[in-house]
Design a binder for this molecule. Structure first.
Ligand code: ADE
Length: 248
């Protein structure tokens, strides 16, 4: 049986999916609650990564080792970094890197030691379907009764993860320029994806990720983030994951 893991960082992001889960069965493991069941005809396990790379890696490992999932998708929010990536837009990841990993001068900056690479690629086929589902999901939301963000865009590209909530325009710009110097043009920043991508790489599990932009990682980020997570993130996750699961 193909079992799909659907991972979110926060309960607010998972809520809409949990509501729709059929034959829900809760399993507590490694201090976390995992929800097994059926969603749109697919066997799924819903999990919360919590926040940060270590917590996310633990969750991903448990999903693979204990729940035997054969593919994984991450759905959550991120701070927009590139010009043109606005609050309410969606970024589908093609690759991840850890912006706070620096073992230089022994290894090149951002490279994960002993892997010989800084970036971890998402699964191409799952990512293509996620991109289509995101476009269709946004169109559906814009037409819906509470459809704001009708001009929202779906982007595709590199996302950077690190154990830091980026909440200052100066910090955000410095981070973006440092990454650019290293040849990495980043669309958005968050705190879990690269860890999950690395675990999935280790186990050979196909991985895809979608992030809705909750803030611009600027001086306003700490204000925008909680409002967006509470009011919007769950609806986005539901609309996109619903279409993605149906397309698998
Ligand atoms: N997730 C959402 N917004 C973020 C930000 N500004 N920094 C890190 N992770 C985030």
């Amino acid at each position: 049986m193909t079992r799909t893991a659907i991972v979110s960082a926060l309960a607010e992001e998972q809520f809409g999916l949990l509501e729709l889960l059929q034959q829900p069965q809760k399993v507590s493991h490694a201090g976390r609650d995992f929800w097994q069941g059926q969603l749109h005809g697919q066997a799924v396990v819903l999990a919360l990564s919590r926040i940060g790379k270590v917590a996310a890696a633990t969750t991903a490992t448990a999903l693979i080792e204990r729940f035997k999932v054969s593919r994984m998708v991450f759905t959550g929010v991120a701070g927009g970094m590139a010009d043109g990536v606005h609050v309410g837009d969606v970024v589908v990841a093609t690759e991840f890197l850890q912006h706070d990993l620096d073992a230089s001068p022994i290894f090149p900056r951002y490279e994960v030691p002993l892997y010989g690479q800084a970036r971890f690629r998402c699964d191409e086929a799952l990512t293509a379907l996620l991109f289509e589902a995101s476009q269709a999901g946004l169109t559906g939301l814009a037409r819906g009764p509470r459809g704001a963000w009708s001009d929202a865009a779906v982007h595709r590209g590199l996302i950077a993860s690190g154990d830091r909530f980026v909440s200052g325009a100066t910090e955000s710009r410095a981070l973006r320029l440092a990454l650019q110097d290293g040849g990495h043009a980043v669309l958005a920043v968050e705190m879990e994806g690269a860890a999950v991508a690395q675990v999935c790489f280790d186990y050979g599990v196909p991985f895809a990720a979608v992030r809705t932009i909750s803030d611009r990682a600027d001086d306003q980020a700490h204000v925008d983030f909680p409002v967006f997570v509470k009011d919007v993130a769950s609806r986005y996750a539901q609309a996109i994951v619903h279409r993605w699961l149906k397309s698998l």
